[in-house]
Ligand binder design. Structure first.
Ligand SMILES: NC(=O)c1ccc[n+]([C@@H]2O[C@H](COP(=O)([O-])OP(=O)(O)OC[C@H]3O[C@@H](n4cnc5c(N)ncnc54)[C@H](OP(=O)(O)O)[C@@H]3O)[C@@H](O)[C@H]2O)c1
Length: 339
């Protein structure tokens, strides 16, 4: 029997305690499915929250984490016309990718442009696609408009800045440390607020002037998210898509944003959420294909440059897990599978 290496979480719990490398039988593709020999998969903080039972879905355990992958098709099931063995593809919305081989429905794989690196391809969906959707379908940020964003140095944040340069909207970027400011400006960010030594609401007024900022995205939540909602112009919209400030909370009831009711009511603002998994499940196929296609084309053209990942052999997966949530971690840890 042919086998493969999989990273498996045996039970719900702290990733460093419940993850282990396991040898499992090679999966076989059924009708309409393909098998992919995985080259690289990113380790996202959200993968770790899933194992902790704090994410938007909780899988059955034991489970193989992972939501993205790039690899090469090595076997086709019946009825998979248009795909070929040897084709390099990414998986779309397929979970359980932290293993050497993944079986996916043919409709859930997408061939990768020849010039795109494995590092970019492996990471293109979760973060750059989220940036494309948030600035496009969700908020429709137009040329000349301001978009305020928190954790601007994140992979999503960097994509948003580059989209601003490409589309012509202005980004007001919030970061938590002074040492990140230069990188944000060098990437094309219009202005930066550093919460290490600046007051967010005061600085928004200084930078954006009396009209303020009408559109914002936040992945920090807690007091930072609340300050962003309060800094918005009347009728402003805030899309909340993450809760980084609550990462060390163990009580899910503490994952909150203390919104100031007066500002929300009398300035008739909107605060709403966004989650890519729900978007995958609920978006009509043509809109989904268009957004993914746009993201891949922007990355292929160089308009979107995804920060280079840090390859780590799967045997050392615990290093990748530690790195994923470390402060100032830089590029994403990428699990790589060498034969
Ligand atoms: N809702 C969705 O569908 C969706 C989709 C994609 C991503 N996300 C979310 O988007 C966020 C960013 O993900 P990513 O993979 O792009 O991140 P990443 O590349 O891992 O970078 C994390 C960034 O967040 C900053 N950060 C961490 N903790 C913070 C805190 N307490 N306060 C302020 N900044 C903090 C870090 O700053 P330092 O450099 O100073 O450490 C770093 O710039 C995550 O919350 C993720 O879950 C959500």
């Amino acid at each position: 029997m042919r086998t493969m290496r999989s990273v498996v979480a045996d039970t719900l719990g702290e990733p460093s305690e419940v993850l282990r490398l396991q040898t499992r039988p090679l999966p076989e593709p059924g009708p309409g499915q393909v098998r992919i020999r995985v080259a690289a998969v990113p380790v996202h903080a959200s993968d770790l929250h899933t194992i902790r039972g704090r994410y938007g879905f909780t899988p059955e355990f034991p489970t193989v984490p992972g939501i993205e992958s790039v690899g090469v098709i090595d076997e086709l099931g019946s009825g998979t016309d248009g795909l070929t063995v040897g084709q390099r593809v990414i998986t779309i919305g397929v979970t359980g990718t932290w293993q050497e081989y993944v079986v996916a429905d043919a409709g859930r794989v997408l061939p990768v442009p020849a010039g795109m690196s494995d590092s970019t391809a492996a990471q293109i969906l979760a973060n750059p696609l989220t940036a494309v959707i948030l600035t496009g379908d969700e908020l429709d940020v137009r040329q000349g408009e301001w978009l305020l964003q928190t954790a601007a140095g994140s992979t999503v944040g960097q994509s948003v800045i580059q989209l601003g340069v490409h589309v012509g909207f202005k980004t007001l970027n919030v970061v938590r440390r002074r040492s990140a400011v230069e990188e944000i400006l060098a990437l094309g960010g219009t202005a930066v607020i550093c919460t290490e030594d600046e007051d967010l609401r005061e600085r928004v007024a200084d930078i954006a002037g009396p009209d303020g900022v009408s559109k914002a995205i936040d992945c920090v939540s807690g007091q930072v998210g609340a300050d962003v909602s309060r800094a918005l112009a009347p009728h402003g919209e805030l899309v909340v898509y993450g809760a980084l400030s609550t990462h060390r909370q163990t009580d899910p009831d503490k994952l909150t944003i203390p919104i100031f009711a007066r500002s929300l009511i009398y300035e008739t603002k909107t605060v709403r959420g966004f989650w890519l998994f729900r978007w995958f499940a609920e978006t009509p196929q043509d809109r989904m294909v268009a957004a993914i296609d746009r993201t891949v084309r922007l990355a292929d053209s160089g308009a979107l440059r995804v920060p280079e990942g840090q390859p780590i052999p799967v045997e050392k997966f615990s290093e990748a897990v530690d790195l994923a949530e470390a402060p100032e971690h830089g590029g994403k840890p990428l699990l790589v599978f060498e034969p």
